[in-house]
Design a protein around this ligand. Structure first.
Ligand SMILES: Cc1ncc(COP(=O)(O)O)c(C=O)c1O
Length: 306
């Protein structure tokens, strides 16, 4: 990996200069939370647009609050540092940005009650993460952690062991991705993405009370469906077998973007092809993310001064 510039403890430095103790509580116990943000490169405009930057740092702030971590910068400062970091790296490609807030102290016990709150931001080029246009998914035997155990809405680093176990199982069983159910057996989300169904012409997605991470792409998809496609959007609990009879199923997420699910548990969804709603939302999404739709220009933060 190239020695890129990163943000650490209030400064932009080379990644190779960052030193974090092997005793850090973030490393030993996963005491931290993070964000995943994309910046889209528009070749035509020679511009890099960060997608919904402010909303990502607002979510990080909320995560830190819930986890009793003091975020030592404001949302505005973090947005400015991110833009400066991207400029410093001079990226001319689509990039994934990873801010991490964590407990840096090397005190032995997993207590959140200390003042060593650190923030790290690194970025790397990232093209299409999904690798394919249509996914075969399976319900995981691992249940999603719940808000009463390790709150999924906080994007806590430790929570991703739950995601990793589900992904591993799906891949080892020959599927592309897992779908996790809540502890009560309702459809929750993928290991790193939200899920949508088209049912009787309505767009349905699990509600925030069903232990999901409230995705920023999810919010974008709901907005585009309502505003641009005139669809009714319903947030409610979803039963497992509702997936099998859905007209369409698709995932949404920063890394995953908008990706069709054409099979669940070896049952084809409708005709087993990517559906029309998913296709339209995907098209609208990329238009918006690439700064081509003036109505949603406020979602895009340009990095380079023109
Ligand atoms: C568990 C989980 N659910 C959903 C999402 C999608 O959220 P977003 O659209 O904000 O990336 C992510 C990715 O951040 C995730 O890790």
């Amino acid at each position: 990996m190239q020695d890129t510039y990163v943000f650490y403890q209030g400064k932009i430095v080379k990644e190779s200069e960052v030193q974090i103790s092997i005793r850090s509580k973030a490393f030993n116990y996963g005491l931290g939370c993070f964000e995943g943000i994309r910046a889209y490169w528009d070749e035509e405009a020679q511009q890099l647009y960060v997608f919904r930057l402010k909303e990502h740092f607002e979510r990080l702030q909320e995560s830190c609050k819930a986890l009793y971590m003091n975020l030592p910068y404001t949302v505005e400062e973090l947005c400015q540092w991110t833009v400066e970091l991207l400029r410093k790296n001079n990226f001319k490609t689509t990039v994934y940005i990873r801010p991490v807030a964590f407990k840096g102290s090397d005190h032995l016990f997993p207590t959140l009650f200390d003042d060593d709150n650190r923030v790290l931001i690194y970025c790397q080029p990232m093209g299409k993460f999904a690798g394919k246009d249509a996914f075969r998914a399976a319900i995981s035997s691992w249940r999603r952690i719940s808000d009463t155990m390790l709150p999924p809405r906080t994007k806590a680093t430790a929570a991703y062991l739950n995601s990793a176990l589900a992904s591993l199982e799906a891949l080892q069983n020959g599927y592309d991705e897992a779908i996790l159910l809540t502890k009560d057996g309702y459809v929750c989300e993928g290991p790193g993405e939200n899920i949508f169904l088209v049912k009787k012409g309505k767009l349905v997605t699990p509600s925030p009370a069903d232990d999901i991470l409230e995705g920023i792409t999810r919010d974008t998809v709901m907005t585009l469906a309502k505003e641009e496609l005139g669809m009714e959007v319903v947030e409610r609990s979803v039963g497992r077998t509702e997936l099998y009879s859905a007209q369409e199923v698709f995932f949404s997420g920063t890394a995953m973007e908008v990706t069709a699910v054409v099979e669940v548990d070896n049952r084809k969804i409708a005709d087993g092809q990517s559906g029309e709603v998913c296709k339209k939302i995907k098209e609208l999404f990329f238009d918006v993310a690439l700064g081509k739709n003036p109505k949603y220009a406020h979602y895009c933060t340009p990095v380079y001064e023109k």
